[in-house]
Design a protein. Structure first.
Length: 201
C-alpha cells in the first residue's frame, strides 16, 4: 500500500453537479468537536481537507476531523465563493461519524432538505431513492465503488435497535476520505444546488 499518499495527488471526482478535489496531506488542528460543543476545552484533531466546487459558483473547503477524544466528523471549513443559498452549507450540514463494530466508521446518510416551515435547509432522513435522484445513478453502487463496506438501515448493517435503527447509513474503513467526501458532496452540496425539498408539497 506504499502508493497511498500519491493516490490523492490532484485527484478529483465528479458527482452530479459537483467536483470533489482532494487536498494532499494531513495537518494537526485545534478546535472543538461538534459532538462536544458544550464542553469548553479544545482538543487536537488530524485534519484532512477537500474542496467541493460546482458549476453554479460554489467553492467550499471541507475537512475530515479525526479528534483525539471525540468521534470523527466531516464539516465545512470555509465557503470561499458561492450563491446566497450556498450559505446554507456554512453553519449546518456537518456529518458526525460513529465508531462502529471493529472500529469501523458508521456514516449516517442524512440530507440537507429545504424545510418549508423553517424557511431554510435542515438535515433530514432520506430514502435510497431520494439519494439516487440527486445524482441520477445508484448512490449505493457509487459508495460501494468508493469502498463502503456495508450500506442500508442502521439496524441491518450495525444491529442498532434504538430510534435511529431505520436511518440509512453506510460503514467505511477509518479514514476513507473518498467515500466520505463524495457522500458529503451529494447529501449536502448537491442537495442545496438542486434546491432539494423545495418542490415537494
Amino acid at each position: 500500500m506504499g502508493n497511498e499518499e500519491s493516490l490523492f495527488e490532484n485527484l478529483s471526482i465528479s458527482v452530479g453537479k459537483c467536483e470533489v478535489e482532494f487536498i494532499q496531506g494531513t495537518k494537526t488542528s485545534l478546535g472543538k468537536p461538534t459532538s462536544q460543543r458544550q464542553d469548553a476545552s479544545e482538543q487536537l484533531a488530524q485534519l484532512t481537507t477537500f474542496r467541493v466546487t460546482s458549476s453554479d459558483e460554489l467553492n467550499l473547503m471541507v475537512g475530515l476531523y479525526v479528534w483525539e477524544e471525540a468521534a470523527p466528523e466531516v464539516r465545512p471549513i470555509e465557503l470561499l465563493a458561492g450563491l446566497q443559498k450556498h450559505n446554507e452549507l456554512k453553519g449546518r450540514g456537518g456529518m458526525s461519524l460513529i465508531i462502529s463494530q471493529g472500529q469501523k466508521w458508521l456514516v449516517p446518510l442524512r440530507v440537507l432538505k429545504y424545510n418549508k416551515t423553517k424557511g431554510y435547509f435542515t438535515l433530514q432522513g432520506a430514502s435510497e431513492e431520494e439519494l439516487d435522484s440527486l445524482i441520477g445513478q445508484s448512490f449505493r453502487d457509487l459508495m460501494t465503488e468508493l469502498g463502503a463496506k456495508a450500506f442500508g438501515s442502521r439496524e441491518a448493517i450495525d444491529q442498532e435497535s434504538n430510534n435511529k435503527r431505520n436511518q440509512l447509513a453506510m460503514i467505511v474503513e477509518p479514514g476513507n476520505l473518498e467515500a466520505l467526501a463524495v457522500a458529503y458532496a451529494v447529501t449536502r452540496a448537491q442537495a442545496v444546488i438542486l434546491d432539494f425539498g423545495l418542490d415537494v408539497e
